[in-house]
Design a protein around this ligand. Structure first.
Ligand code: SDX
Length: 431
């Protein structure tokens, strides 16, 4: 961060304070309030962090008004169209696009870390078969620190790198195992002759009784879904990972915390909730009823897959996902998918409604992804685990960046206390 010449003036009770203002490469200036409490004895107040920059970062930039998303300066449209997930992983982790040799070496490394310790298989058997795969993933990923102690000394850069590679490599295996366990089928080991997305589909859909050949259309669609969900600046789950990491917790525990946060329906759980909503709507004639419910202040119902804290325009990922949904369903010969029809008509109706237009509510990344995933044969319960698989590289890249930032310290927000002032204890017989 370059030393700032700009300042902001704050006057409280007749006292004036000059606060440094820092300018970014892209995006709004920030007012540096790190010394505010020491100087003025006041906190700032920002529940939900709608106007707060929690860190500086060089990984991802979002322009919410324009609906733009950059990873290390490259647009998500270009990356989704020209790159592939493991190359985007390299870009997020190391900051530059790899040479052919670097990419081959990186992909070889990830491929050879895809198996998990054989004893970890026992963890799955401790869960009920009907456990949500996200519950299993939180548990199994959290337990990884018990098996990979040789890469949990975060002070060692090489161990940080090995832990990063292990996380990226093993998440698809763990997610696929959670799925297999939930349907009572045997676990399928990864194969080193398959690319990342094909391997994941193989581990999900292959059975010992017959050969499973990965459909390249599905593999390409899966890879694109992984690419579109890889990182997204300081969203709720990434902020969770950063906060957990700020105490020095090991990377596996931090990623488990991120998975737990992503699970919520306001965040990564929205892709599952969105498809369930589209199925509940069922036919286009019921769309007005659901639009009315979404607008009704008395009704907690919200349109799943719509709205975003940052995007006040189209989520660029939703645009790519919508194109992909059309392509995949067409290539799979899924004629006139009724759910896709409902989604398109719901989108058109919402965008034409002043309520959504005025509040700048547009489809987000979760609006169309479930339609593709369901067409690929995956149950709704696997939608958020797939989001978690993809977002692991974002979490781990942001974890690494934070750990290597000399400015970082343990995250410890304050509060606006509205509770009781001090009072005497009264014995129970006198209450
Ligand atoms: C993800 O942060 C990220 O980057 C997340 C993510 C990522 O890649 O990491 O992009 C992934 O989480 C995408 C979002 C998935 N969630 C959903 O699709 C769930 C439905 N969306 C909403 O719950 C909501 O839009 C949020 C949670 C996404 C954003 O909420 P905000 O920014 O806190 O906005 P808000 O709740 O203050 O809403 C502003 C207004 C409110 O009305 P008023 O009180 O001002 O009258 O818009 C309304 C809300 O009621 N509103 C909606 C709505 N979303 C917001 N009304 C109906 N349906 C919706 N979907």
């Amino acid at each position: 961060m370059t030393e700032s010449t700009k300042t902001a003036t704050l006057t409280i009770d007749g006292q004036t304070y000059e606060l440094p203002v820092h300018s970014p490469t892209l995006g709004p200036d920030v007012i540096d309030i790190r010394k505010l409490y020491a100087q003025a004895g006041v906190f700032t107040y920002d529940p939900g962090f709608t106007s707060t920059a929690s860190c500086d970062s060089t990984i991802t930039y979002i322009d919410g008004d324009k609906g733009e998303l950059l990873h290390r300066g490259y647009t998500i449209d270009e990356l989704a169209g020209k790159s592939h997930y493991l190359e985007v992983c390299y870009l997020l982790l190391y900051g530059t696009l790899p040479t052919a040799a670097e990419l081959e070496n990186f992909e070889g490394t990830i491929t050879r870390h895809t198996m998990i310790h054989e004893q970890m298989h026992n963890f799955f058997r401790g869960f009920r078969r009907d456990a949500h795969p996200m519950a299993t993933m939180v548990g199994v990923v959290g337990a990884m620190s018990a098996f990979y102690q040789d890469s949990s000394d975060i002070a060692d850069p090489r161990q940080r790198e090995i832990a990063s590679h292990r996380m990226i490599a093993k998440m698809p295996t763990i997610a696929a195992m959670a799925y297999k366990y939930s349907i009572g089928q045997p676990f399928v080991y990864p194969r080193n002759d398959l690319d990342y997305a094909s391997n994941f589909l193989h581990m999900c859909f292959s059975v010992p009784a017959e050969e499973y050949v990965v459909d390249p259309i599905l593999a390409r669609a899966m890879d694109r879904i992984f690419t579109l969900h890889a990182d997204h600046e300081q969203n709720a789950s990434t902020s969770t990972v950063r906060l957990a990491s700020s105490s020095g917790a090991n990377p596996f525990a931090c990623i488990a915390a991120g998975i737990a946060c992503l699970w919520g329906p306001s965040h990564g759980g929205a892709n599952q909730a969105c498809l369930e909503m589209l199925k509940e709507i069922g036919t286009p004639d019921r769309i007005p009823e659901f639009i009315a419910r979404a607008k009704d202040k008395e009704d907690p119902f919200r349109l799943m897959g719509f709205g975003h804290r940052v995007y006040k325009n189209f989520d660029p990922r939703a645009t790519v996902m919508k194109q992909s949904a059309d392509e995949v369903l067409d290539l799979l010969g899924v004629e006139n998918n009724p759910i896709l029809q409902v989604a398109k008509e719901l989108e058109a109706a919402a965008l034409a409604d002043p309520y959504f237009a005025d509040k700048k509510l547009f489809p987000n990344v979760d609006f169309y992804s479930g339609i593709i995933l369901e067409a690929m044969g995956l149950p709704t319960s696997m939608f958020t685990p797939i989001f978690a698989v993809s977002r692991t590289v974002g979490w781990i890249s942001q974890w690494k960046e934070q750990f290597e930032d000399p400015q970082q310290k343990i995250g410890r927000p304050r509060q606006l206390y509205l509770g009781e002032t001090e009072r005497e204890y009264v014995d129970v017989e006198n209450r």
